[in-house]
Design a protein around this ligand. Structure first.
Ligand code: AMP
Length: 298
């Protein structure tokens, strides 16, 4: 059964990914794309975003297939956001090869009435000013889950702090949490992040799992599902976020949100781009959720 619908804002991108000797070009990517395909397994998803006139037909098809409404997806003359990344051999580290904003450079999101009134909002990774603009247009006092990345911590720290001060749940990588707080262990980093605004913080630790901190007094950790082979880790964080918020929108607990996010992320990394995530069956997701429930400590 589907829960409340979700609003997702983030990037919609054309990705180039280099892994070892392989180079994959023209992949449909972006934080909104991964989060949407993850969340839509169990929730209706509305998207806010922008694409260029070069956006490929298969990208349009994916958004038509998955999004509950596309009224706030703008198509502008110009180039779609392009991102390229190269993974190190350990898969945990990645270098950005290029970030070409294209039409994102002049994006100013305007929410229509239906999207202003969503109860669950996922601010996937994108410039904090855009995240902030979406928060300010929301009228139904929604649960706001926010994700971010090292680029914004380094370049627009104050704008990011404004977003954090208005958010309910922050999802952040371990290295980014340490960068943002200057704390070298995750317990201290989480406490510092909670002081910045969001009462709940989830620190994602890649191949080590994740830890959720709630109001300074509750900590829940989760391990990982042992995937057969990591093919492409791109989008794992966004997929985790999409699954996490969709569990909350179904009225589930934080434990179940961690379980669903982790199950979907483990599937995402088994294919190139969105491939494995798109093909994921409910049976396989449930199989991984069952495994992961035993990997939770509270
Ligand atoms: P993840 O692997 O979860 O960090 O997400 C990777 C996705 O984020 C890729 O599909 C990229 O298109 C997108 N991405 C990378 N850099 C940025 C950025 N600066 N702003 C928004 N999205 C980005």
């Amino acid at each position: 059964m589907k829960g409340d619908s979700i609003l997702i804002v983030g990037s919609i991108a054309i990705d180039t990914i280099e892994i070892g000797n392989e180079r994959y070009e023209n992949l449909l990517g972006g934080s909104t794309t991964y989060a949407t395909i993850a969340a839509v397994k169990y929730s209706d998803v509305n998207v806010v975003g922008i694409i260029g006139s070069d956006f490929p037909q298969y990208g349009h098809d994916i958004y038509k297939k998955y999004a509950a409404n596309l009224i706030d997806l703008k198509v502008e003359q110009g180039k779609t956001f392009n991102w390229g990344g190269r993974y190190h051999d350990n898969f945990d580290d990645r270098d950005t090869l290029f970030t070409e904003l294209g039409v994102f450079g002049k994006f100013s999101p305007k929410l229509s009435a239906i999207n202003k009134n969503q109860q669950y909002v996922f601010l996937a990774n994108i410039h904090p000013n855009l995240q902030n603009s979406v928060i300010d247009q929301c009228q139904a006092n929604p649960t706001i889950v926010v994700d971010t990345m090292n680029l914004w911590i380094g370049t627009v720290h104050n704008e990011l702090q404004t977003v954090l001060s208005k958010s309910d749940i922050l999802l952040i990588n371990e290295s980014e949490a340490e960068m943002l707080t200057e704390c070298s262990n995750i317990d201290d980093a989480a406490k510092t992040l909670i002081r910045l605004g969001p009462p709940t913080v989830v620190i994602k630790q890649g191949s080590k799992g994740a830890a959720l901190y709630n109001n300074m007094d509750e900590k829940i950790t989760i391990g990982v599902y042992p995937v057969n082979k990591v093919v492409d880790p791109t989008g794992a964080g966004d997929t985790f976020g999409g699954g996490f918020i969709s569990a909350l929108a179904q009225g589930k607990t934080y434990k179940e949100a961690l379980v669903l996010g982790s199950a979907l992320a483990s599937i995402c990394v088994e294919g190139v781009g969105i491939d494995a995530l798109e093909k994921a069956t409910v049976a396989e997701i449930e199989n991984r959720q069952n495994f992961l429930r035993d990997k939770v400590t509270a």
